[in-house]
Design a protein around this ligand. Structure first.
Ligand SMILES: [Fe+2]
Length: 284
């Protein structure tokens, strides 16, 4: 059977049909779909941790522990996999229960942010827990020309510290970072418009979760510009909503999309996911 890629519900995301993620021979078509769509979905196929690591590593070197994340969320024996879960073992959380509930691009606050993220669904709630994706290449292309001119060549600052302080102040139950990890959370500058290193396409590279200000602007001007870019980015025609099923594997391109994990009733339901992250290069 050949590999087929179909747009999901008229959105930018693509469902990859007929591909075996464990087969190296299928990867070229999967990678092409990843570059063409920015978000790809393969359904109905459980993936072992070893298979997920092998598949993810075909995109590039994998990222292990980061200063912005507690080591307790890493899978024992497989530190390439972060567990996103509200499951508990002996009263202790086995993973991050409240990760990513805001618009962000993974690890954009690092010098060399994450190229892509692969998330595999092991257990999902019957309602809630969707993930939203916004296509920031489409968002850039549909900006008015005067806004494009205003952001041309400008950089913005990114840090994890802002979000971390916010979630802890809101009473998050996540394992706190160590003082050394908090000290390692620095500010990084990236272009507001980045060029995709593989497709050459331009995309916005700012997000409400981690971007703090625009270089060379006062706070009022900077906030107004970022708010305008965010409102445009999350217009319904730029957004794909993924409703998870067990056995789903979703791979997204952090150089092109931002995402937002939706909440669910954590007292009633369990959601258990395996995440792998691929090292990227410096945005330009
Ligand atoms: Fe994320």
């Amino acid at each position: 059977m050949g590999i087929d890629v179909r747009r999901i519900d008229g959105s930018f995301a693509g469902e990859v049909l007929g591909a075996d993620l464990e087969r190296e021979a299928d990867f070229a078509a999967v990678h092409r779909a990843f570059l063409d769509h920015g978000v790809i979905v393969a359904r109905d196929r459980p993936l072992s941790p070893e298979a997920q690591i092998a598949f993810s590593a075909r995109f590039g070197p994998l990222m292990g522990r980061r200063p912005s994340m507690s080591d307790k969320a890493l899978m024992p024996g497989h530190p390439e996999i972060t567990i996103l879960s509200n499951r508990k073992r002996n009263g202790e959380a086995v993973g991050l229960a409240d990760a990513g509930r805001y618009w962000h691009s993974d690890l954009c606050f690092e010098e060399n942010p994450n190229l892509g993220t692969i998330l595999h669904a092991v257990e999902v709630p019957p309602e809630g827990g969707d993930t939203l994706f916004a296509d920031l290449a489409l968002a850039y292309e549909t900006l008015p020309d005067d806004v494009k001119r205003r952001i041309e060549g400008r950089r913005a600052a990114h840090t994890f510290a802002k979000h971390y302080r916010d979630v802890m102040a809101q009473g998050s139950k996540r394992t706190p970072l160590t003082p050394e990890q908090v000290a390692a959370l620095k500010t990084t500058w990236h272009p507001i418009v980045r060029t995709h290193p593989e497709t050459g396409r331009k995309a916005l590279y700012v997000n409400p979760g981690h971007t703090t200000c625009v270089e060379g602007m006062n706070e009022v001007e900077s906030t107004a510009l970022l708010d305008l870019l965010y409102a445009h980015s999350v217009r319904p025609e730029h957004v794909y909503r993924h409703t998870w099923r067990v056995g789903d594997t979703v791979a997204w391109d952090n150089r092109r999309v931002m995402h937002n994990a939706q909440g669910y009733d954590m007292a009633r339901y369990t959601r258990h996911m395996h995440r792998t992250c691929v090292h990227g290069d410096r945005p330009f």
